[in-house]
Design a protein around this ligand. Structure first.
Ligand SMILES: NC(=O)c1ccc[n+]([C@@H]2O[C@H](COP(=O)([O-])OP(=O)(O)OC[C@H]3O[C@@H](n4cnc5c(N)ncnc54)[C@H](O)[C@@H]3O)[C@@H](O)[C@H]2O)c1
Length: 296
């Protein structure tokens, strides 16, 4: 696997290969990704300490990988210690940067406190990517579904931001990036609980951006349309058994561009938003949506 590391030998491509059931291989030419940035320090994260939740899989993994490729020290936070450590090991091997796997259930205050306490030193960047999906409308969504979705997607984002903000305030700098969704602002069929959580992620993003702008802290969110990750494979398998291929087509066609996005496409934008180059950007929700909002 090659990563876009301007200092390394692998300078020709932005290439991502995810060694999971999905196996995505996206190759973007270096010319397309970083045209005219050849000799500058643009997007450099050297000396930055970045915590990425949900980083053992999908979008979070791609973000942790590209941050490490740009020399950030990365903390890979995920539910399972083995998965987090494996991802961290692979990220470190590919990038040469330091990566540490931390087991943490983001919905659990004690678990979040323990994980963040184990991080020695200030956090420069927090990316809240841990999230779970749910398919259901108002009638079919149970109170238990609501609580579960709220627990991970809303409470998890809140707890991790709260754990990171103190040291950021002290340092008078920091960047928080939350993973919302197009479901935060568009009506999507059968996503009642999920949309509720992503609307909350967007609202929390604006609130934090406003409250801490004077402390030198930026907070934004990204709202992807459908991105092909294990998250998508998981909920298609669970909710559309026997109709997986058909449903994947439906999901691809939901974007006017005719396909799902890739984790790499989200990660490149996350890198920009968390870099010094985006220092004028805060309090914004950025759709990455294959034309979903404007071209339907
Ligand atoms: N894939 C999409 O189409 C899409 C679209 C819009 C938004 N998103 C959002 O992007 C984020 C990442 O999605 P993905 O597609 O990469 O999913 P994914 O399932 O591939 O990865 C999510 C990761 O979060 C971890 N996780 C789940 N619950 C956790 C918990 N309680 N504590 C810690 N970690 C936990 C999982 O173990 C997993 O590694 C989610 O917040 C999702 O809502 C995804």
């Amino acid at each position: 696997m090659k990563l876009p590391n301007r200092r390394g030998a692998q300078k020709k491509h932005c290439s991502f290969v995810f060694d999971n059931a999905l196996s995505i291989d996206v190759k973007l030419s270096r010319k397309r990704c970083f045209a005219s940035l050849e000799d500058s320090d643009v997007f450099e994260l050297q000396g930055k300490r970045a915590v990425v939740t949900g980083a053992a899989s999908g979008i979070g993994l791609a973000i942790a990988e590209i941050f490490a490729a740009h020399q950030a020290q990365v903390f890979v936070v995920d539910l399972d210690q083995e998965k987090a450590s494996e991802a961290a090991k692979s990220i470190a091997a590919k990038s040469g940067a330091t990566a540490t796997g931390l087991a943490c259930d983001v919905s659990n205050a004690t678990s979040v406190a323990a994980a963040f306490a184990s991080i020695d030193g200030p956090i420069d960047i927090l990316v809240n990517c841990a999230g779970i999906a749910h398919v259901g409308n108002l009638v079919s969504t149970t109170p238990e579904d609501m609580d579960r979705l709220y627990g991970v997607n809303v409470r998890g984002t809140y707890l991790c931001m709260q754990a990171a903000i103190g040291p950021m305030i002290e340092a008078k700098r920091g960047v928080i990036l939350n993973m919302a969704s197009i479901a935060a602002t568009a009506g999507i069929a059968d996503r009642f609980a999920y949309s509720m959580t992503k609307g909350a992620v967007l609202s929390m993003t604006l609130s934090v951006a406003k409250d801490y702008i004077a402390h030198g802290i930026r907070c934004n969110c990204i709202s992807p349309a459908r991105v092909h990750t294990p998250f998508v494979d998981g909920f298609v398998a669970k909710n559309y058994p026997g109709k997986e291929a058909e449903q994947m087509q439906v999901l691809a066609k939901a974007q006017p561009i005719g396909r799902m996005g890739t984790p790499a496409e989200i990660a490149v934008f996350a890198l920009y938003l968390c870099s010094e180059e985006a220092s004028f950007l805060t309090g914004v929700d950025y759709p990455i949506d294959g034309g979903f909002f404007n071209l339907r």
